[in-house]
Design a protein around this ligand. Structure first.
Ligand code: URA
Length: 277
């Protein structure tokens, strides 16, 4: 990235700071930037090896060393911070120009969300799979078909135009991980500002986490899904406490059909919660 810091307008500088905060750089450690990734100087003590990758650990984020020291960290050109998005369409457009997540390089297309944005219920899955990568919509493959049947059993549908019976669906990451592997913590953290902004804008009454990955991200709890499922928790998103129910992922239920009874209990609990509020 060639932009020098003092070429930025105040608006761009504020956007750059917001982006750094979203990426977790929320503390100033020293006044002068220190490039810890630079090649070891000839004066480095013998035998002490410094790992010195030439590029940033986060693709697309500039930390290139220069003879005068590290350049300031700046958001990649065209990056729109999640916090500046006002609508779900803004978030989708911001994700289209977000190049920092390595999953984007191997995925076919962006897979952001589906369903009714006015819905009372927001479902958060783990990551798009092969079918979702082709369609650009979450949960359209076999596990999505099972999910639709499960939702229908308690009167919910992503096609419903009535917010009472509608759901909105997204994932912890918005591009398919290669080979359908579990997304890494770095990948989910990178996408988290966009997921949280989605929740802020969509304003669900209730969040349902499908599997461990979204439950871990949104509650901060690290227990296995069999321990977490079925217990109502709270997601605090921008000061708003939203009831959150972790349940089993439909892909797991396809592999372990005898566990469907547990998922059924969770769905009944969701139905009760919606009926009571
Ligand atoms: N599994 C998920 O977690 N999300 C999808 O969108 C599809 C399958």
């Amino acid at each position: 990235m060639e932009t020098a810091q003092n070429d930025m307008t105040p608006h761009e500088a504020a956007a750059a700071l917001r982006w750094l905060a979203e990426m977790g750089a929320d503390e100033i450690i020293g006044e002068a930037p220190l490039n810890r990734l630079a090649s070891p100087s000839p004066a480095a003590p013998a035998g002490r090896k410094l790992a010195a990758p030439a590029t940033s650990p986060l693709p697309g984020i500039g930390t290139a060393a220069t003879p005068g020291g590290a350049r300031p960290l700046l958001p990649p050109a065209g990056l729109v911070p999640a916090a500046s998005c006002q609508t779900l369409a803004d978030i989708e457009a911001a994700l289209e120009s977000f190049d920092a997540c390595p999953l984007k390089k191997t995925a076919t297309r962006l897979c952001y969300a589906d369903g009714n944005p006015a819905a009372r219920v927001m479902l958060v899955g783990e990551a798009p799979g092969r079918d979702e990568d082709i369609a650009g919509k979450p949960f359209v493959g076999k596990s999505g078909q099972l999910l639709d049947r499960m939702l229908a059993a308690v009167g919910l549908s992503r096609q419903s135009e009535d917010r009472e019976s509608a759901v909105f669906i997204s994932n912890t990451v918005f591009w398919r991980p290669p080979g359908n592997r579990t997304p890494t913590e770095a990948e989910t953290q990178m996408c988290l500002p966009f997921l949280l902004r989605t929740i802020e804008i969509q304003k669900p009454d209730v969040i349902v986490c499908l599997g461990a990955t979204p439950a871990h991200r949104l509650t901060g709890r690290g227990d296995g899904i069999l321990k977490l499922r079925g217990t109502w928790m709270t997601a605090n998103v921008s000061g708003r406490n939203i009831p959150l129910l972790p349940t089993l992922h439909p892909a797991y239920l396809l592999r372990q059909p005898n566990q469907k009874r547990l998922a059924w209990r969770d769905l009944l609990s969701l139905r009760q919660m919606l009926d009571a509020h």
